[in-house]
Design a protein around this ligand. Structure first.
Ligand SMILES: [Zn+2]
Length: 342
């Protein structure tokens, strides 16, 4: 700090404000390598833990500027459930995360629900809602208990929002519950296939069982938080297991009602970046409203001689994704009117 210029010149756009880590689809299991559903992508079930360890070692060397890590969901593979290894595998991965020197925010994906019920997850270490920010005198910005979502402030004027893409889902909910019935109805209305995980013949191929959606209640809450952020001239980063922008994803992996989520986001100024996992192949697109949609490459389909994680460096006028291994570098400028003026 000794050579810090006076506040006027420190408003230079080249000054880094803070950084955060991103990693997706670790899908650890104590299994021999396998292949994805289509048989064209190798899955390194055991090695995913080594990849995670490598990412944590790297982040720990940057811990003076790193504020947190975002884990984008599917932390262990669904196969664990069949081998009655869900809890031991989760423990192994969480013990690895324990070595991280900064807080980690955990998102929930479909593989979480193949292994655990929503109630179990709520009471597990994968629930990081205790890291949330509560805005005094604005009860409308507090999420309800009906979904797993919250917001936090890693750096002044930057608000991160973690969304629950399986708020509407047939996964993880009791089959006798009204919510299950409601979600099964939505799914079947869009997907007449016997196998509900199959997108075959669908005009909207993302209506499959391994995806989910956002309830109106969650979207209303998101709208309230974004309204607060607009008013307070904050920049917002959104995190979700499921992507919502078709140009950044394949057509199957999107959230059921991704259009509803986009409509909320596009009605506000503040959102600059949307991070998702789930697709494994990765993807990127800037939408017409200047929101950068990043689908992170999945750890599980990353060869042992490569890597798949990133560190995002945040500046007053842009975010720079520093990718490792098969995650490419990206410069994500805020739209002109979105740049911060300190
Ligand atoms: Zn997934």
């Amino acid at each position: 700090m000794d050579d810090k210029p006076n506040p006027k010149t420190s408003s230079e756009s080249s000054e880094r404000l803070f950084s955060f880590g991103v990693i997706a689809d670790i899908q650890y299991a104590d299994l021999e390598d396998g292949y994805n559903f289509h048989g064209n992508r190798r899955r390194y079930y055991r090695h995913s833990l080594v990849h995670l360890q490598g990412a944590i070692d790297d982040w720990n060397t940057q811990s003076s500027t790193l504020s947190c890590v975002l884990q984008l969901g599917d932390i262990i593979d669904g196969y664990n459930a069949q081998h009655k290894a869900s809890e031991t595998s989760l423990e192994l991965v969480m013990n690895t995360f324990q070595k991280l020197k900064v807080p980690v925010h955990h998102t929930w994906g479909n593989h979480e629900f193949y292994n655990f019920s929503r109630d179990y997850l709520t009471n597990s270490k994968l629930n990081t809602k205790f890291l949330e920010d509560q805005i005094a005198h604005h009860p409308e910005t507090r999420p309800s208990e009906n979904y797993y979502a919250y917001h936090f402030v890693p750096f002044p004027k930057f608000r991160f929002i973690l969304l629950d893409g399986y708020d509407l889902s047939v996964l993880g909910v009791d089959q006798s519950s009204p919510k299950y019935q409601q979600c099964m109805k939505i799914l079947k209305e869009h997907n007449p296939n016997m196998e509900l995980n199959s997108p075959q013949g669908l005009s909207e191929p993302h209506y499959v069982q391994f995806n989910g959606g956002f309830s109106q209640e969650q979207l209303n809450w998101l709208n309230e938080v974004l309204t607060f952020s607009d008013t307070n001239q904050e920049k917002v980063v959104i995190v979700s297991h499921l992507p919502i922008y078709p140009e950044s994803s394949d057509s199957v992996c999107l959230a059921w009602n991704y259009r509803d989520a986009l409509a909320v986001i596009w009605s506000h100024e503040c959102v600059v970046c949307f991070f998702a996992g789930h697709t494994h192949d990765g993807g990127y697109s800037e939408d017409p409203f200047g929101v950068h949609h990043v689908n992170l490459e999945g750890v599980i389909e990353t060869a042992p001689d490569s890597q798949a994680f990133g560190t995002v460096h945040v500046y007053p006028d842009k975010m720079m994704l520093e990718g490792r291994g098969r995650v490419p570098d990206r410069i994500m400028n805020y739209k002109r009117e979105k740049a911060l003026h300190f």
